[in-house]
Ligand binder design. Structure first.
Ligand code: MG
Length: 240
């Protein structure tokens, strides 16, 4: 069985006796030149800035109302009880940069400590949790794909310090009958450390029961209100 996908430029070369190195050179399309930011913290030139510290106009609550989470000091903080927020724009495959900070909650533990989450297409959660010296189920700690894949390592910083996620999301694909034909995937760097290595998304994030794979198209990015005052800043995305 071929390991090269039929859309890959090398697919049609299989079975040939290749002696010229140029045959396997791919020149087109040329990758677009993108100016990097001065540091990882700054959005690159082609990013969609979802939160720059001053307003949340790219976001709304589930019912469409304006965001009631707190904005101060360039931070967007969960206002417990106000509910999740979601991007107005819908996305498919993307690269997301997001910085987050757990509140200091000495009397809380497990899933009640610094819980929030980043849901791609409103369905697939990369967990946000205070996982610094706070044991919970491995596939529910920070950097997990919730209830699907534990992180490779625990790269968590102590509460009060900023964490960074750089996430590459590939959406699942469905055929015209609504059957899944290709699972999605998530690659996650937590503070620059690989914690999800192209992990297959099994289906929707479910608190109870197994993942589901109902067909859907592009969807918003959700940030979860799990009644902990988790803060976010410097959120940007590149479409892939
Ligand atoms: Mg969560």
């Amino acid at each position: 069985m071929s390991i090269i996908h039929k859309n890959h430029p090398l697919y049609s070369l299989q079975g040939q006796n290749i002696t010229d190195p140029k045959v396997t050179e791919v020149w087109e399309p040329e990758p677009e030149v993108v100016t990097p930011g001065n540091s990882n913290a700054l959005p690159p030139s082609d990013a969609i800035v979802l939160f720059n510290g001053t307003n949340a106009t790219q976001w709304k609550h589930e019912d469409g109302s304006a965001v009631e989470w707190k904005i101060s000091n360039g931070e967007l903080t969960v206002e417990p009880g106000k509910g999740q927020i979601e991007t107005i724009e819908k996305f498919g495959d993307c690269q997301l940069h997001i910085e987050w900070r757990s509140p200091i909650e000495p009397n809380r533990k497990g899933q009640d400590k610094g819980n929030s989450g980043i849901f791609f297409q409103g369905k697939y959660e990369v967990q946000v949790l205070n996982s610094y010296q706070n044991r919970t189920y491995s596939n529910g700690q920070a950097g997990s794909i919730y209830k699907q894949h534990p992180p490779l390592v625990n790269a968590m910083k102590p509460a009060g310090e900023w964490n960074v996620y750089d996430i590459i999301f590939h959406a699942p694909k469905f055929d015209h009958k609504g059957e899944i034909t290709q699972h999605g995937s998530l690659t996650v760097l937590h503070n620059g450390i690989l914690v999800q290595d192209h992990s297959p998304i099994l289906g929707s994030t479910e608190y109870i029961g197994l993942p589901k794979n109902d067909a859907h198209g592009d969807g918003p990015i959700f940030l979860q209100d799990h009644s902990n005052k988790v803060s976010y800043r410097n959120i940007w995305l590149r479409k892939l």
